[in-house]
Design a protein around this ligand. Structure first.
Ligand SMILES: *Cc1c(COP(=O)(O)O)cnc(C)c1O
Length: 395
């Protein structure tokens, strides 16, 4: 069987090393070295100038990280994958590669807090304009794009609003103006769906989350489907060199292992989340349950079409007010009060006072982040125990 004909899950397990290991190791060793030696000066020059594929310095290339990147490439069918030392590093690097003074980014009003600040504060200082809009209002998206737009950026499932935009529709509008569509797909593993089929040009992933396998390490991925002119070269030969935020070998080792169990974990976590979402509706203290895997959720059909049959491990509940949220968090015994998503353990957080803690009331309102919302990341525990902990914490 060739690597091309085997299924993704098998692909994730059986990605070949670029070179045969000297000892026949079956796990990719951690190449914890900064530099690599060459047999002669010409080979060294060829490696430095990109004429041959050989690592020279671990700020830009390392065998363990390359192995992890190749696994992701095999699974996604992307033409280029680069691993970074955090999700934010992958997002920042991509936007820096695409944007420039005088350019604008058409961006969702529903964004991860740090991404929002990166675009509206950090990049704004370098003359990049943020054009914030609702990604579920296609006419608004269309009206924001002009000849200086360098990309449209949104999240596959926004967090914590759990909004799912129609990717194909947005891609059509963006591509009509020659503008690439960049999607942060952290909430839906690339083992589940192929977003390039919906017109996504570049996927960005915080591999800290689902991929790392139980919050073992920080990481970020740029998954490039090869449709944006010159992008790959900018990342490979400019951004990685000049900004120095490549993934470390140790993180790549853990995340390559995480990839092998991702499919199995995702299935259990999604099933737990669905079961929990259904059961939580029976609790009077909970005003509403928001989960894209519930058949009566407004985004259910779109999510099924774009992301496959499972809804993932993120859901939110709304309680009476902020005080009720704090009381609930304080009474949890099993579920951890912690940020992060898709850990093996179930985690709970009040986004408005933490991730969005530096937002003003009007900013919170504009981003639809409510004081009444608790976000849950559902883990691998027995679902009875997760439910019982929530129930007792609400009593
Ligand atoms: C966590 C997260 C990020 C940032 O990733 P880090 O690995 O923490 O830097 C970006 N986007 C989304 C949707 C996230 O959940």
């Amino acid at each position: 069987m060739t690597q091309k004909t085997i299924k993704r899950q098998t692909q994730a397990i059986h990605t070949q090393f670029s070179r045969r290991d000297a000892y026949g190791a079956i796990s990719m060793p951690v190449y914890d070295t900064v530099a690599f030696q060459f047999d002669d000066a010409q080979t060294m020059s060829d490696a430095f100038c990109g004429r041959i594929d050989a690592p020279d310095y671990s700020r830009v290339a390392n065998p363990t990280v390359t192995f992890f990147e190749n696994k992701v490439k095999a699974i996604t069918g992307a033409s280029y994958v680069a691993a970074f030392n955090s999700g934010m590093a992958a997002i920042a690097s991509t936007l820096i590669a695409l944007a420039g003074s005088g350019k604008n980014i058409v961006v969702s009003k529903h964004l991860f807090g740090n991404t929002f600040n990166l675009i509206t504060k950090s990049l704004a200082r370098f003359g990049v304009e943020a054009r914030i809009c609702s990604m579920t209002d296609i006419e608004q998206v269309r009206s924001k794009i002009d000849r200086n737009t360098c990309c449209v950026f949104l999240e596959a499932v926004s967090n914590p609003q759990l909004e799912v935009a129609d990717l194909q529709q947005i891609a059509q509008v963006a591509h009509a103006c020659n503008v690439p569509l960049i999607v942060d797909s952290t909430a839906i593993p690339f083992t589940e769906t192929h977003l390039a089929d919906f017109g996504v040009d570049i996927e960005l992933v915080s591999s800290t989350k689902y991929v790392s396998g139980g919050a073992t390490s920080l990481g970020g991925l740029v998954i490039d489907y090869g449709t944006v002119d010159g992008f790959r070269d900018k990342i490979a030969f400019e951004i990685l060199f000049n900004f120095g935020s490549y993934m470390t070998p140790h993180a790549a080792y853990m995340q390559a292992l995480g990839l092998e169990t991702l499919n199995a974990r995702y299935r259990v976590q999604s099933a737990n989340a669905l079961e929990l979402a259904q059961r939580l509706r029976s609790l009077k203290a909970i005003k509403s349950v928001n989960y894209i895997g519930l058949p009566d959720n407004q985004y259910y059909e779109r999510a099924q079409r774009q992301f496959g049959a499972t809804g993932g491990a993120m859901l939110t509940i709304d309680l009476a007010d902020r005080d009720a949220c704090f009381r609930f968090l304080n009474r949890l015994k099993l579920i951890l009060r912690a940020t992060n998503l898709f850990d093996n353990k179930t985690l709970a957080i009040h986004p408005a006072s933490t991730i969005f803690g530096n937002f003003s009331d009007s900013q919170l309102q504009a981003a639809d982040v409510k004081q009444t919302t608790i976000r849950l990341s559902v883990g691998l525990e027995d679902v009875d125990d997760i439910f019982n902990d929530i129930k007792q914490a609400l009593e």
